[in-house]
Design a binder for this molecule. Structure first.
Ligand SMILES: CC(=O)N[C@H]1[C@@H](OP(=O)(O)OP(=O)(O)OC[C@H]2O[C@@H](n3ccc(=O)[nH]c3=O)[C@H](O)[C@@H]2O)O[C@H](CO)[C@@H](O)[C@@H]1O
Ligand SMILES: C=C(OP(=O)(O)O)C(=O)O
Length: 434
């Protein structure tokens, strides 16, 4: 288990370029299984989860060529279906969440797939039901082995169908879309998730020859085609990383410019930081965060306490609530953070309380943060990173705190943030990997 030693209390300065989006990369990489032609993908983040998925694809027989640091060429013209029966496959696929999105493409192109319960963050229940309800509507037959191994197969081609999803699952929608593009006939998906990750996937599939209408909305209509061809695709910058850098700048009183953010794709993220009183300036496609000694949380118009909560897109992504919570600990004012989707994502606040933050964990989904207005600084402690986003939130807390902190289990952070210690050190942070 690796750790970060952080000496906090220093303000940072400079420019930082966000990595390519992790959650987009996981979808896009699985989509290469839909064609036997080459697919070239650029702006791929060099992070643990993405590298593990590339390794899995390679072991499944996909030809993988590295063209540049962030650019790979994939060709799935000789997929080894037998590999899915090996213990190596089960171990690899179970080690990350993104592997779940091989289900749709494999079922559509090869008529079968199997998968252990996927890994990913332990942040509460993460049901797979929507994935299978959708794939079954397309003609897939699911067999369960216990509660944590799934097999799905189809005789002949999948068939288009109407479906109203029970929830707008992000990876579930990606799986169903990737099944439907090669199905016979029309598929209508209502209550589809529509995060930029999915919009990017759909746009890529259209370039490969798919016929998809309604991209960016919760109603997708897909006319199946017999085959898809190759394409080139470039990943968007990671909006969660961009939000994390905004939070980092505010907490540490730093002047930071975040480069090439594709601002129109960020949805509510910039305005949510503004509600915490953080100043941001859009300079072309860069976000400039000035050094701020104080920031004050807004109230509702009637003066009542602000709530920040997650919602499916275009609502606020749940993946930024941990960072927003940490940033609020040093604001002036009070905010209720309501994590609606996941029930175990707020438990990390006990570490912030140990650092001196004023937080009441009301229940597993809600925490009230009473900001300290930077009058009392947090102090460094030793802590463990429980999940990817809590991990980066704790890193931000440690960078703003007085004294030395140690963050253990930083493999969690490495799952989604590329060389974060080196990139922040370049801005003046004092972080050492132990
Ligand atoms: C690899 C990847 O892309 N992971 C992301 C993906 O996970 P993932 O696709 O696994 O998450 P889902 O969208 O399926 O669901 C997330 C959670 O929210 C609940 N839920 C979902 C939709 C809904 O309308 N109501 C509801 O309550 C689900 O039951 C589940 O507990 O989307 C999550 C939600 O944005 C993000 O946190 C993850 O970072
Ligand atoms: C929850 C996340 O990741 P995963 O779905 O891979 O666990 C995340 O990216 O915040």
């Amino acid at each position: 288990m690796a750790s970060f030693e952080v000496i906090g209390g220093k303000s940072l300065k400079g420019e930082i370029v966000p990595q390519g989006a992790k959650n987009e990369a996981l979808q896009i990489l699985c989509a290469v299984l839909l064609t036997d032609e080459p697919v070239t993908i650029s702006n791929i983040p060099d992070i643990r989860d993405v590298n593990k998925l590339i390794e899995l694809l390679r072991d499944m027989g996909v030809k993988v060529g590295k063209l540049a640091n962030d650019t790979y060429r994939f060709q799935a013209d000789d997929v080894h279906l037998d590999y899915l029966d090996t213990p190596e496959f089960v171990a690899q696929a179970g080690a990350l969440r993104g592997s779940v999105m091989i289900l749709g493409p494999m079922l559509a192109r090869f008529g079968k797939c199997q998968l252990p319960k996927p890994g990913g963050d332990k942040i509460g229940r993460r049901p797979m039901d929507t994935h299978f309800l959708g794939l079954e509507k397309l003609g897939g037959k699911l067999t369960l082995e216990g509660t944590d191994f799934y097999r799905i197969n189809t005789e002949g081609r999948l068939r288009g169908a109407y479906m109203l999803l029970d929830e707008a699952s992000v990876t579930g929608t990606a799986n169903i879309v990737m099944g439907a593009v090669l199905a016979e006939g029309t598929t209508t998906i209502y209550n589809a998730a529509c995060e930029p990750y999915l919009q990017q996937l759909c746009k890529m599939l259209v370039r490969m020859g798919a016929n998809i209408n309604g991209i960016g909305s919760n109603l997708l209509t897909i006319e199946g085609v017999e085959r898809l061809g190759g394409t080139d695709h470039r990943m968007l910058p990671d909006m969660i990383e961009i939000g994390s850098f905004i939070g980092l700048a505010a907490m540490t009183g730093s002047e930071i410019t975040i480069k090439d953010c594709q601002i129109p794709e960020l949805g509510l993220i910039p305005d949510t930081f503004r509600k915490l009183g953080i100043q941001l300036e859009f300079r072309g496609d860069d976000i400039y965060v000035p050094a701020q000694d104080h920031y004050e949380i807004a109230t509702y118009l009637d003066g009542s306490i602000l709530t920040i909560s997650d919602h499916t897109w275009p609502g606020l992504t749940p993946d930024l609530l941990s960072v927003l919570l940490v940033v609020a600990t040093q604001a002036k004012g009070t905010v209720l953070i309501h994590q609606k989707m996941f029930e175990s994502r707020l438990f990390f606040v006990d570490k912030l309380i140990d650092m001196g933050a004023q937080i009441i964990l009301c229940d597993p989904h809600r925490a009230t943060v009473i900001g300290l207005d930077k009058r009392t600084r947090l102090h460094g402690i030793t802590m463990t990173s429980p999940d990817i986003r809590a991990g980066v939130a704790l890193l931000i807390a440690a960078l703003s705190a007085e004294g030395r902190s140690v963050i253990e289990n930083v493999e969690q952070i490495d799952r989604g943030y590329q060389n974060i210690d080196k990139r922040l050190t370049a801005l003046g942070a004092q972080i050492r990997r132990l």
